[in-house]
Design a protein around this ligand. Structure first.
Ligand SMILES: [Zn+2]
Length: 64
């Protein structure tokens, strides 16, 4: 199980949260839909001059 990144196609099994506002700023997608692995989202953000601060946590946040 896991999600497949819509950019590189790789499967990833970690969970992360990005606000809809930041997601839209990076991907251009409204309503927070779409799937990105962290390396692809990070790369997409950097290409737009945005550096994301990632923080590790042990428990899984509530999924949308
Ligand atoms: Zn990817």
């Amino acid at each position: 199980m896991g999600e497949h990144c819509q950019i590189c196609g790789k499967e990833y099994d970690y969970v992360y949260k990005v606000s809809d506002k930041l997601w839209k700023k990076i991907t251009g997608i409204k309503n927070g839909s779409g799937l990105r692995c962290i390396p692809c989202l990070d790369k997409e953000a950097r290409e737009k001059g945005i550096v994301i601060y990632w923080e590790g946590k042990l428990d899984e946040p509530n999924r949308i």
